[in-house]
Design a protein around this ligand. Structure first.
Ligand SMILES: [Fe+2]
Length: 323
């Protein structure tokens, strides 16, 4: 399908990974996110997937998206080829998995160093990581065990994020994980606000994952219920993804499908409502693993159309990656 014309990327821009404030003090991780220009509407793709293929997207569909968010599922053994061959005029972000920041302690050193290596290769301005545990007894699971929503978990998460940030060269952006059940007495948006303030970081708000939480706590009919609890200025990036809403005996449940399905209307409704209220929004990422290229590009067009209407100033102006 024909894509709307977008501003072409101008001179490659170095994200401020070693930037200093006018005071001469190094910028904090959060300030480094704020100093990064708008990236636009991008596609979240696994660098090892055949569809959509990163190479095909870059070669044949460059105008159809503004940046790529690169996923490795935490692998650093085979990442040299795919992450070091990206064209200089491609804006990119990086999505790691497996740092497990909501666990009781830090992950093993080799997992942290894997993230450091991948960031060095792909030169992303920040690193997204789910607020979930992906390893149980050292084994990688194929599901997210999302953050327990209580004070102990919050304390551990803040300590982990601070310790991880001290080792990782790019700002860490924790993301709200998908919920199919909720454990804990804190509201997710209280938890997220406290995490961003306690660790002094920005965050990713995954709109489908927010909806998944609302379904769990009985507010599926009002997906922005409790949004006033969140410090919206901390949201640097939002995620959208294909999903299936399933009926079961006690209600509805959100199943992440990423590229294997349409973006549910409640996620798009949250985008329409929230996008004008996010003063520091820098990236809108559509997670499209497993989508054919044409479907991925259609979803970008769908999201760009919404943003043009509700947030016309949200326009990328230059290529963004670290030096
Ligand atoms: Fe996400």
């Amino acid at each position: 399908m024909t894509q709307p014309a977008r501003p072409s990327p101008a001179t490659p821009h170095s994200a401020p990974d070693s930037a200093k404030a006018s005071s001469g003090k190094p910028l904090s991780a959060f300030e480094r996110c704020l100093a990064t220009p708008i990236l636009g509407v991008g596609l979240g793709v696994d660098v090892y997937d055949k569809r959509p293929s990163v190479a095909t997207l870059i070669k044949k569909h460059r105008a159809g998206f503004d940046f790529l968010e690169l996923y490795t599922r935490g692998d650093a053994k085979f990442s040299d080829g795919p992450l070091s061959s990206l064209p200089a005029d491609l804006s990119r972000t990086y999505h790691h998995e497996g740092l497990d920041p909501v666990g009781p302690g830090l992950p093993p050193e080799d997992r942290i160093q894997g993230c450091v290596k991948n960031l060095g290769l792909c030169k992303a301005p920040w690193c997204v990581e789910e607020l979930a545990v992906r390893h149980i007894n050292g084994r990688y699971t194929d599901f997210f065990f999302p953050a327990l929503l209580n004070k102990d978990s919050l304390k551990a998460t803040i300590a982990n994020l601070r310790a991880l940030q001290a080792q990782i060269p790019a700002p860490l952006l924790p993301e709200n994980a998908p919920y199919e059940f909720v454990v804990g007495d804190m509201h997710l948006l209280d938890f997220l606000r406290e995490v961003t303030h306690g660790a002094d970081c920005g965050c990713v708000l995954d709109l489908g994952h927010l909806y998944s939480y609302q379904l769990c706590v009985g507010h599926g009919d009002d997906p922005l219920h409790g949004i006033e609890k969140m410090d919206l200025s901390r949201i640097i990036e939002v995620h959208l993804a294909g999903a299936r809403i399933e009926k079961y005996s006690k209600g509805l449940i959100y199943r992440d499908l990423h590229g294997a399905g349409p973006i549910p209307e409640p996620s798009l409704a949250i985008l329409r409502e929230l996008a004008p209220r996010l003063p520091n929004l820098r990236a809108v990422n559509i997670e499209v693993e497993d989508a054919p290229e044409n479907r991925a590009l259609e979803q970008v067009a769908q999201v760009r159309a919404i943003l043009r209407e509700v947030r016309p100033d949200y326009v990328p102006k230059r290529t963004v990656h670290a030096a």
